[in-house]
Ligand binder design. Structure first.
Ligand SMILES: Nc1ncnc2c1ncn2[C@@H]1O[C@H](COP(=O)(O)OP(=O)(O)OP(=O)(O)O)[C@@H](O)[C@H]1O
Ligand SMILES: [Mg+2]
Length: 251
């Protein structure tokens, strides 16, 4: 059965989607059959791999309107990468699911149906610790936490770790923190170096060796619906996301 990895941080703009797109693509490049689930109503990881935020989408599968196999699309960029797209419809789920039976397991129920078909399933989470993220954590075997090497990097991280602890205790015993990923690193800035040092001192071996540097290519690629490997294979971002995927495969 495949590993299911949620990319989580309730802080916005820390590189969750960039990591979801490029880690899933890198795993695909390593010939691992991979499914990317866009679980953010913003739909950025769908468009980032060249898939329209149209119907059918993850919301319809979540509420049981259609089966998951009808929502899965082959990515236009890699044969080994499939995608479940998302769009604004998903924002309604946060409220609608509240009154439903076993509301925390809606995503798990559909993910379990296809878990045998993939070696890796990557879930891009929204910037909140609401019911969508709880669903993602309940459906996952592993968590990757991107932390930006900037001011307030650790803001909210203890709350996030506490949420993960509670989910592990009450909803998903299998859940494991795979690693913390330093993102948006700028080696010219003292601050970046300090944050990276502090995160490593605090989390030690939990921090991935690979660091994702701030780079213009990484920010440009999604607007072309391409992973960094299809946009500029020679870029530093491509090299670092490949290195991250290797670590993920080894962990
Ligand atoms: N390593 C990087 N170098 C340069 N730009 C980056 C990098 N990582 C992310 N970005 C840019 O920063 C912005 C936020 O990144 P991203 O969308 O991946 O974060 P996010 O955590 O998914 O945000 P949200 O919380 O809104 O979902 C985007 O414009 C993205 O292109
Ligand atoms: Mg995002």
């Amino acid at each position: 059965m495949g590993r299911v990895i949620a990319i989580v941080n309730q802080k916005g703009g820390v590189g969750k989607t960039t990591t979801a797109i490029n880690l899933s693509s890198a795993l695909g490049i390593f010939e691992k059959k991979t499914l990317l689930i866009d679980f953010d109503p913003q739909g950025n990881s769908s468009s980032g791999v060249g898939i329209e935020r149209d119907n059918p989408n993850v919301y319809e599968a979540l509420i049981g309107a259609i089966s998951i196999s009808d929502v899965i699309k082959s990515s236009p960029i890699l044969e080994t990468l499939d995608v479940i797209p998302s769009n604004m419809d998903l924002s309604g789920a946060e409220i609608e699911l509240v009154k439903e039976y076993s509301r925390e397991y809606k995503l798990k129920n559909i993910v379990d149906e296809v878990r045998d078909d993939y070696e890796y399933i990557i879930i891009d989470c929204p910037p909140s610790l609401g019911l969508l993220t709880v669903n993602a954590l309940s459906a996952s075997t592993d968590v990757v936490i991107p932390i930006q090497c900037e001011y307030y990097a650790l803001e909210g991280v203890s709350q996030l770790l506490n949420t993960i602890r509670l989910i592990k205790k009450n909803l998903n015993k299998e859940l494991n923190i795979m690693g913390i990923l330093l993102t948006l690193y700028d080696k010219r800035l003292n601050l970046s170096q300090q944050v990276a040092k502090e995160v490593r001192r605090y989390f030690q071996k939990q921090v991935f060796d690979s660091i994702i540097h701030r780079g213009v290519k990484l920010s440009e690629a999604p607007s072309f619906g391409k992973s960094i490997f299809h946009y500029d294979i020679k870029s530093r971002g491509a090299k670092h996301y490949l290195a991250l995927a290797k670590e993920v495969i080894e962990r």
